[in-house]
Structure formats: C-alpha cells, structure tokens
Design a protein around this ligand. Structure first.
Ligand SMILES: C[S@@+](CC[C@H](N)C(=O)[O-])C[C@H]1O[C@@H](n2cnc3c(N)ncnc32)[C@H](O)[C@@H]1O
Length: 270
C-alpha cells in the first residue's frame, strides 16, 4: 500500500515525476518477437478481437496482433516518446487504421472494450490490476508475460526459450493465459428452487435445493459452467447478463430455466 502511495502522490503533483517513477518501477523491456507470437497464439487472437496492451512500450504486441492476426488494438504507455515510436511503427507496418496508442497511466485505462488484455509488467502491478481484470466480461482473455496473478491460477502456461534474456537467471519466458470467469458466487433462484454457488476464480461448487437436489463442482469456462464429465447427470449452466440459464437439463432442472441472483438470504417459498 505504501508503495502505491509513493507512486501516486507525485502523479498528483507532477506528471513528469510520476512518469519517471513508473519507469523505474516497470522498466521498458521488450517482449521478444517469438514470445509476442506465443502470447497471441495462446490467447487465440483473431480478427474479431480488440486487444489492449497495458504498458505497450514500442507497440510491438498491438502491432503484431493487427498485422499477423487481423485484430484491432490499443496500446497505453506512460512514456510519450515510446507512444510516438509506436505510432511510427504502426504506420510502417500498415496497421495505423486498426490500432491506437495513447500516453496514459494504465491504471486509468478503460478496459471495457477489450476482448484480450496483454501485460508485461511486474507481479505487484498485476495484483493491483487483478480486481479490474476479474470484473471484465466473462471470457475476456488475459495474457501476461512472465508474471502471474497470485492465487488466480492461469488456465494455461507456455514456456519459451529466450537464450539472450537480459533479466532473471532462467533463459526462458513464461506466458500465462486466463479466461475471465463469470461472477457466479452466491444464491440464485428460479422461483422457489435455490441454486447456491461457492466460487473461487474458475472453480465452483454448486448445490440445488429443490424437489430433486443436486450437488456438484466444476470449472468455469468464461460464461459457461459445463456439467462435470461422468457421474450422475448434472445441469450445465450459462451466465448471460447476470442470469444463469440452464443450457443442459438434469432431473428436476428443465433446460431453459433461468436463475436470477437473489438479494435475500433465501428464495421465495413456492
Ligand atoms: C516491460 S515493458 C513492456 C513493453 C511491451 N508491452 C512489451 O511487452 O514489449 C513495460 C512498459 O510499461 C510502461 N509502464 C510502466 N508503468 C506504466 C503505467 N503506469 N502506465 C502505462 N505504462 C506504464 C513502461 O514505460 C514500459 O514501456
């Protein structure tokens, strides 16, 4: 917390001093080209994606996403000279119509348009960003070079050799992928039928208290809560704009049923 204040206080006073301090905190180190490709491939970036790179350096991740994968993108970077360089690179690469670069503090960036967020920052900055990343639309992909998101475990990790890596003793880079899980923790009601879910990032335990009770656990894939494979039939659920729909029925739980999040401690009596 102290460190955060140490960073923000000068920001309020003098932008230039704050910029210098941020650079000290997260220096400009480029992601090597093959690692950039590895990150974009891990996220499955395509023409329908809008990628935001937080701390975009010379713009290479955003430009590669546009040039190689047809995505649109935004790079936000605190050092104005790097933003100028990124715009020049985008012109040279012929993707200036699909990408934008802004001089901006990444903590101020509106992430709502992103379908993919990329980062090569530091562990503590990643952790500060985590609540905002978890609040993004379910299914949004987050890819981080080297650093993780604490106890929010990645869905996938790939390791790539980097023989001339300047930082760290290991001559390799790790790239981590997360898919934002739907926020399903709590009590949900379909009339008098109660669905209680305890969520920990992508993992959930569910219990239906109705005429046919069910208890199961599984993994959240973006907006989907597929039923567990094997064992007795359990409902498959899909989160959509704050409603949990039964995508796959089970005894006593009809497909198409809709559970809404309960404000009260119990569902209305039938
Ligand atoms: C390790 S470099 C990564 C550059 C690029 N994303 C890449 O992977 O090649 C981190 C970048 O974040 C920038 N940065 C640091 N703090 C920032 C902040 N608060 N807002 C925006 N950019 C920041 C640094 O200036 C630096 O260019």
């Amino acid at each position: 917390m102290l460190r955060r204040f140490a960073v923000f206080l000068p920001f309020a006073c003098a932008a230039a001093a704050a910029a210098a301090q941020w650079v000290e905190e997260v220096p400009f180190i480029t992601t090597p080209d093959h690692v950039t490709l590895g990150m974009l491939e891990l996220a499955g970036v395509g023409p329908r994606d809008h990628l935001i790179d937080l701390g975009s350096g010379d713009g290479r991740i955003v430009i590669t996403a546009a040039r190689r994968f047809g995505a649109s993108g935004l790079g936000v970077e605190i050092v104005p000279e790097l933003v100028q360089r990124s715009r020049a690179h985008a012109q040279q690469a012929g993707v200036a119509d699909r990408v934008a670069f802004r001089t901006e503090d990444l903590f101020q960036t509106d992430l709502s348009r992103a379908t993919v967020v990329t980062m090569y920052l530091l562990p503590e900055i990643n952790l500060q960003l985590r609540p905002r990343l978890l609040a993004l639309a379910p299914g949004t992909r987050i890819v981080s070079h080297d650093w993780d998101l604490g106890d929010w475990r990645p869905d996938r990790t790939a390791t790539l050799p980097v023989p001339d890596k300047a930082v760290g003793r290991e001559k390799l880079s790790r790239v981590h992928l997360w898919r934002v899980p739907a926020p399903v923790d709590g009590l949900w009601c379909a009339g008098p039928v109660a669905l209680r879910i305890a969520q920990r990032f992508q993992h959930y335990r569910a219990q239906i208290e109705g005429p046919v009770p069910h208890r199961w656990e599984g993994r959240i894939h973006g907006a989907q809560l597929p039923p567990p494979v094997g064992g007795p039939p359990r409902p498959g659920l899909r989160w959509r704009e704050g409603v949990l729909e039964v995508a796959q029925g089970a005894p006593g739980v009809a497909p198409g049923s809709r559970f809404t999040q309960a404000e009260a401690a119990a569902c209305p009596a039938g």
